[in-house]
Each structure stands twice: as structure tokens, then as C-alpha cells.
Ligand binder design. Structure first.
Ligand code: AMP
Length: 207
């Protein structure tokens, strides 16, 4: 099964992706993670992506689409995958339709008022886990792997505002795009716990 995880920044896509990957053994492909790995590795793509990411803007479509097209050609993607953070606009979705067969777009819907606090309080681990400061009780290391937690450079109020605006103007139209294709399923996360949201997702995916 080939799935897209759609949702605003802070909707919990990464958290749910970890759960889906563990439960269904489905490959998780995050364009944000790919860009961050490139930035860390000092590659040309990383250098280009950094200026856009730091400003809360989208990395140019051509670069992003090429990366995804290449990644989907790897052997490990043959048995299915979940895309997290891609597509981010209608152009990318149209390009994706040219080189992939998408079965389902899972839209995680969260009240906008919750997003700013969620992202600005987020602490992440390089293993992929993410936490909120309010539940860490002062802990600074990952409960799963023990590594030091950190705050993403783009998880600051100014950049988050731009990212939310970008989501509204460019990414949210994808809800209609996939609805029109009959592939949309929406879970409403509200203030539910990650496990409760995953419960809803399982009901959809087990159908
Ligand atoms: P994320 O980890 O999904 O929140 O992505 C972090 C940042 O990476 C975004 O704010 C964008 O700057 C960039 N990015 C990730 N995915 C895409 C994409 N599909 N198209 C353009 N830029 C992206």
C-alpha cells in the first residue's frame, strides 16, 4: 500500500508515521528528514534546502520532486511506503501522479489553535521520536534510544507562522485534490492522545 500522510505542521504526521511503520512495517519516507540529513551532511542539496527551511518556505518543486522520484525507485519501496511531507502543493501532487500509484491520502486534521504550541514545545531525537516539553518532566534524552533531544531550528514562532501560512495557501488544497480522486480519509486528532489518533488510523488502514 502506498500512502500519503497529510496535515499541517504539528498535526502529528511524524509521530503517527512511527506508529504506522512499527505496526504495519511500512517504509516511512519524510522529505523533511531527507533535507535535514542533507544539511547535516553538507551536500549541495542541503545547502540549497537550508535557506528555504530556515525561512519556513518550501524547497523548490523540481529539487523536491527529483528526490522523491529517486527515493521511490529504491528496492525497499517496492512493497509499499508512506510519504510524510510530500506532496506539499498541487504541482508536486500532479508530478507524483506521473511516477507513483497512491492508494490513500490520510489527512490528520488538527485545530489550528493547537499547532503553534505543539510545534514550539516540540523536542525531537535523531532516531525519529518526538516529544512535547510539557510531558518530558525535565528529561533531555530520548526515552526510546537515550540520545540527546533537540529543538528543530525551524520550530520557532516566526518560522512556524510562515510554515502555517504556507500550509494554508499551498498544502491544504490537496485535501480537495485527493477527495476528488476518491482517496481521502480524514482523522480528527483534536486534543486526543497519539495512541487514540493511531486507533482511528488503524480502523481506516485495516479496512
Ligand atoms: P517537515 O519536516 O515536513 O516539517 O519539513 C521541514 C521543511 O522542509 C519544510 O518547512 C520545507 O521547508 C521543507 N520541505 C519538506 N518537504 C517539502 C516538500 N514536499 N516541498 C518543499 N519543501 C519541503
Amino acid at each position: 500500500m502506498n500512502i500519503i500522510l497529510l496535515g499541517a505542521p504539528g498535526a502529528g504526521k511524524g509521530t503517527q508515521a512511527s506508529k504506522i511503520q512499527a505496526h504495519y512495517n511500512l517504509l516511512h519516507i519524510s522529505t523533511g528528514d531527507i533535507f535535514r540529513a542533507n544539511i547535516k551532511g553538507g551536500t549541495e542539496i542541503g545547502k540549497l534546502a537550508k535557506s528555504y527551511i530556515d525561512a519556513g518556505k518550501l524547497v523548490p518543486d523540481e529539487v523536491t520532486c527529483d528526490i522523491v522520484k529517486d527515493r521511490l525507485n529504491w528496492d525497499d519501496a517496492k512493497d509499499g511506503y508512506m510519504l510524510d511531507g510530500f506532496p506539499r502543493n498541487v504541482f508536486q501532487a500532479t508530478e507524483l501522479d506521473k511516477f507513483a500509484e497512491i492508494d490513500l491520502c490520510l489527512n490528520i486534521d488538527v485545530d489550528e489553535a493547537l499547532l503553534m504550541d505543539r510545534i514550539c514545545g516540540r523536542r525531537v531525537c535523531s532516531c525519529g521520536e518526538s516529544y512535547h516539553v510539557s510531558t518530558l518532566n525535565g528529561a533531555t534524552t530520548c526515552a526510546k534510544c537515550g540520545k540527546e533531544l533537540y529543538r528543530r531550528a525551524d520550530d520557532n514562532p516566526e518560522t512556524v507562522k510562515t510554515r502555517l501560512d504556507t500550509y494554508k495557501s499551498q498544502t491544504a488544497p490537496l485535501i480537495d485534490y485527493y477527495r476528488a480522486q476518491g482517496k481521502l480519509a480524514t482523522v480528527t486528532s483534536g486534543e486526543m492522545s497519539p495512541d487514540e489518533v493511531f486507533g482511528q488510523i488503524k480502523k481506516i488502514l485495516d479496512k
